[in-house]
Ligand binder design. Structure first.
Ligand SMILES: Cc1cc2nc3c(=O)[nH]c(=O)nc-3n(C[C@H](O)[C@H](O)[C@H](O)COP(=O)(O)OP(=O)(O)OC[C@H]3O[C@@H](n4cnc5c(N)ncnc54)[C@H](O)[C@@H]3O)c2cc1C
Ligand code: FES
Ligand code: FES
Length: 486
């Protein structure tokens, strides 16, 4: 195929580049230096660009971090940088709003903010303050000019002008398959499952989905990969579909799409996703990437455990279902530190989540040093069902950050099952947490801190589940009070 990218409306042929070159590096080498590099790890937003993508309701513009997107991932796709926004008739509304509200001081962060505002211009779902804050919380302004920047966002959010960017939404180019080799590195993006199995036989393989974890192996650890296979184009990977008693969620579903789906389908999942990374990261990061990364402090694994979810694992000619939770001699999906139950030749194709029993109460909590955009010290997800007489009929207690793998507190659960839920049974059960976990000391928290936080989260959850004190977190911290947007 022709290895090109549609950049600011023009097809640009990509020269001889390494398959692990990032879009940011390529842009800057190509002369598009309006896009800045700050951290090169997805944390600051200086490198934000727009990507035309398929959304759940049709084509959509997404703000993404170009510093951790690989150039071959952009082959055949439309991207827009800050240089591509203005037209003969003037600045783009996102740029004009930044000018009108005095949103730029030293200006280094400005192109990134403008591109986050660009996405906001075409969104139709920015209906609350937390979503507005979320839209720009992945962009750092070192001179702290946030207030005028946020005023600029309020000015343009959801405006949806008729222009060449809205017209582009009517004609999303078909994303092509890719097989690109330079030197001893190869990048493959198969569009059929059969092509995946063929490419995998050329192993050793490293899969890539959104590259928000893997990208850091490249930009921070300078790793090279003989064979990278992008799973994003495979049929069904990006779909959420109903099954007999719940939902099948493709492993390639983006976290921003999952968050939107959660608003009406799973409050506990949505609560965890709200405090998960920034808009730019969630616009690339996938469900499968988070679960297969197998981090003990990943935020989705405890939710999978509490929701009793099942991994759908596919290999050439076979599909099997593996519950995330352990059972008997089956260790579950996470078998050891950063290790999953996936065997050679297998990929995670999706997950299945059953509808909760109507009287089940489920919730999630993330504790980190900083509430916004931080890695968890402890993350947790719980689900509880009491029978008519107040006896615990079903209980799942799951934690991240308490052991080498995300894990259920099986002994604590057993202590409470069949018991009436009372102050004394709760306190007695909480003592058992120390038999379930021996957390470690590290820079995110001491063992004592983690154990104490875990006990308090559980205590708070039971209180909340019984309608007592509601443990709520504000949607997002807001420094300034705005009138509700009409
Ligand atoms: C700035 C920043 C903030 C972050 N914040 C959070 C946070 O708050 N909470 C959190 O939990 N994580 C966070 N992350 C980590 C990361 O964004 C998530 O883990 C994300 O879900 C990874 O998804 P991905 O599609 O980008 O994975 P990738 O980077 O593409 O892949 C991750 C790993 O999974 C493997 N893999 C991917 N898909 C599959 C599949 N379908 N089958 C088999 N293997 C597969 C890859 O080979 C790779 O080893 C953050 C990352 C960044 C850069
Ligand atoms: S350079 Fe900081 S997020 Fe990309
Ligand atoms: S305007 Fe100076 S860093 Fe943002």
């Amino acid at each position: 195929m022709d290895h090109s990218i549609i950049l600011n409306g023009k097809q640009v042929k990509v020269g001889d580049i390494s398959p692990t070159m990032t879009v940011l590096e390529w842009l800057r080498q190509t002369g598009f230096t309006g896009t800045k590099e700050g951290c090169a790890e997805g944390d600051c937003g200086a490198c934000t660009i727009g990507l035309l993508d398929q959304g759940p309701d049709g084509p959509t513009w997404r703000a993404i971090c170009s510093c951790i997107m690989l150039v071959p991932q952009a082959f055949g796709r439309q991207i827009v940088t800050v240089e591509g926004l203005a037209s003969d008739s003037g600045l783009h509304p996102a740029q004009q709003a930044m000018v009108d509200k005095l949103g730029s001081q030293c200006g280094y962060c400005t192109p990134g903010f403008v591109m986050s505002l660009f996405e906001a211009t075409y969104r139709s779902d920015l209906d609350s303050h937390w979503k507005m804050d979320d839209q720009i919380c992945g962009n750092l302004c070192r001179c702290t000019g946030y207030r005028p920047i946020r005023e600029a966002l309020y000015e343009i959010a959801g405006r949806q002008p008729t222009d060449r960017f809205s017209e582009a939404l009517d004609a999303l180019p078909e994303i092509p398959a890719v097989d690109y080799q330079r030197g001893d590195q190869r990048f493959v993006r198969p569009e059929k499952w059969g092509d995946l199995w063929t490419a995998m036989s050329d192993g050793p393989v490293r899969f890539v989905s959104g590259a928000t974890d893997l990208g850091l192996d490249i930009t921070q650890r300078f790793m090279a990969f003989p064979l990278l296979i992008d799973l994003g184009l495979l049929p069904g990977m990006r779909e959420i579909s109903p099954i007999a008693d719940g939902w099948h969620i493709g492993a390639g579903v983006l976290l921003s799409d999952l968050e939107a789906w959660s608003e009406t389908h799973s409050a506990s999942l949505g609560k965890m996703l709200r405090f998960f990374a920034s808009r730019q990261i969630k616009n690339r990061a996938t469900v499968g990437g988070n679960l297969c990364n197998a981090s003990p402090i990943g935020d989705l694994p405890p939710v999978m455990l509490a929701l009793n979810a099942v991994a759908v694992i596919r290999s050439s000619g076979a599909e099997r279902r593996q519950p995330f939770a352990p059972s008997g001699s089956d260790p579950g999906f996470w078998t050891a530190y950063r290790t999953t139950a996936l065997q050679d030749g297998e990929v995670l194709a999706g997950i299945e989540i059953s509808e909760l029993h109507p009287s089940t109460y489920a919730s999630t909590y993330k504790v980190s040093k900083r509430r916004e955009l931080d890695i968890s010290a402890v993350s947790s997800a719980f689900a509880l069902r009491l029978d008519e007489s107040g006896v615990v009929a079903d209980l799942r207690i799951a934690f991240g950050g308490m052991a080498a793998t995300p894990a259920r507190a099986l002994k604590t659960e057993a202590k409470l099952l069949g018991q009436p839920l009372s102050q004394s049974t709760i306190e007695e059960a909480i003592k058992t947490l120390k038999d379930d976990f021996s957390p470690i000391d590290d820079h995110r928290g001491t063992a004592w801190y983690r154990a104490t936080v875990a006990a308090n989260l559980l205590r708070g959850f039971f209180e909340e589940a019984q309608g007592g004190v509601r443990v709520t977190l504000p949607d997002r911290p807001t420094g300034t009070i705005f009138a509700e947007k009409n």
